[in-house]
Design a protein around this ligand. Structure first.
Ligand SMILES: Nc1ncnc2c1ncn2[C@@H]1O[C@H](COP(=O)(O)OP(=O)(O)OP(=O)(O)O)[C@@H](O)[C@H]1O
Length: 307
């Protein structure tokens, strides 16, 4: 079953056609679009761009956090965002979701300026997994996962059979089907994290914005979760911007790794394009002790403690 083909009008179908990038200038409150988004080659490979961030600047009061961020996520691409603690990764994700407003620059979701989108419209285009989720309901896991369908339901409408199928499918992908009827309140932190990931999958948005989705997961589940995301990217053409702390995990599964430092993207690593030297150079801008080894085309990381 491919949920996105459902007649409920899931966003994947919407984002491809109706508003091509060529039509988007009218949605953007930036006088000169090319000056802001000039880094983006929107004809590349014919893949739709799900997220464009251009010249984005943000401060909390006088504390400048982001200073001219440019990045993009295309459909079918997993992108990682790495940076030191406090470098502004979560802030950037919150701006992309519309929870904070950038001072300068802009964010386009499937070609639409976020400033012109309602919360519901944004929720149809992005599924956001925060670093901490405030769900304390005494509720069955399946019901929590089905809450993901809310942006696609009319007022008073209950989830459809297709939503329930997708919820079971998402639980199955994550190997937690056995928890469907369990009480969410009594799950372990790692189990809760996987349930919230399943909820994001059910949301059916073309772009996943996950803030440290692996923070409570054991090593097996960490890699399994990334495999699930890889599958969603490859088979359903979802895109994702994932805040991660583990460069090895990012390099193993992501098409692109953005490194954030000093409020800027200081390096970009592209899978299959960047050489081991370039990868090491890029990662060292943030993680100075990293050493990259190549073996039969695969990259492995080591860390030197004494520099
Ligand atoms: N609501 C806020 N008000 C003021 N300053 C904030 C606020 N939220 C975050 N900050 C500051 O902004 C900076 C960036 O925070 P952010 O949470 O985006 O970092 P991060 O890269 O996600 O960090 P971590 O890896 O530790 O989760 C930090 O210095 C933080 O102290």
């Amino acid at each position: 079953m491919h949920f996105r083909r459902n007649s409920d009008g899931f966003s994947r179908l919407c984002c491809k056609g109706v508003l091509g990038y060529r039509d988007t200038d009218q949605y953007l409150n930036i006088p000169d679009r090319s000056a802001v988004f000039s880094h983006i080659d929107d004809k590349k490979e014919g893949l739709a761009i799900l997220l464009e961030v251009g010249s984005l600047t943000f401060a909390y009061g006088k504390r400048n956090v982001l200073n001219g961020i440019n990045l993009e996520v295309k459909e079918g691409n997993l992108c990682a965002l790495l940076g030191e603690n406090g470098s502004g990764k979560s802030t950037l994700l919150r701006i992309i979701c519309g929870m904070e407003i950038a001072e300068k620059g802009g964010v386009l979701l499937s070609g639409k300026n976020i400033q012109d989108l309602s919360a519901k419209e944004r929720a149809r285009l992005t599924a956001y997994l925060p670093q901490r989720f405030g769900v304390y309901f005494d509720t069955a896991v399946l019901d929590i996962v089905l809450m993901g369908a809310n942006p696609n339901l009319k007022f008073g409408q209950t989830p459809t059979k297709a939503h329930v199928c997708r919820a079971y499918e998402a639980l199955d992908y994550l190997h937690i089907s056995h928890l469907a009827e369990a009480n969410y309140m009594y799950l372990s932190e790692g189990e809760k994290q996987m349930v919230m990931i399943a909820r994001c999958i059910v949301q059916g948005a073309p772009l996943l914005l996950f803030d440290e989705p692996d923070s409570s997961l054991d090593v097996n589940n960490r890699y399994h979760m990334m495999q699930v995301l890889r599958r969603l990217a490859d088979e359903e053409k979802l895109g994702a911007l994932l805040v991660l702390h583990d460069p090895q995990l990012a390099l193993a599964y992501c098409d692109k790794v953005y490194l954030l430092k000093g409020g800027k993207i200081c390096a970009e690593i592209e899978k299959g394009v960047s050489s081991a030297d370039t990868v090491e150079k890029g990662l060292r801008q943030v993680f100075s002790g990293i050493k990259v080894y190549e073996n039969e085309g695969e990259l492995f990381l080591g860390y030197r403690r004494s520099l």
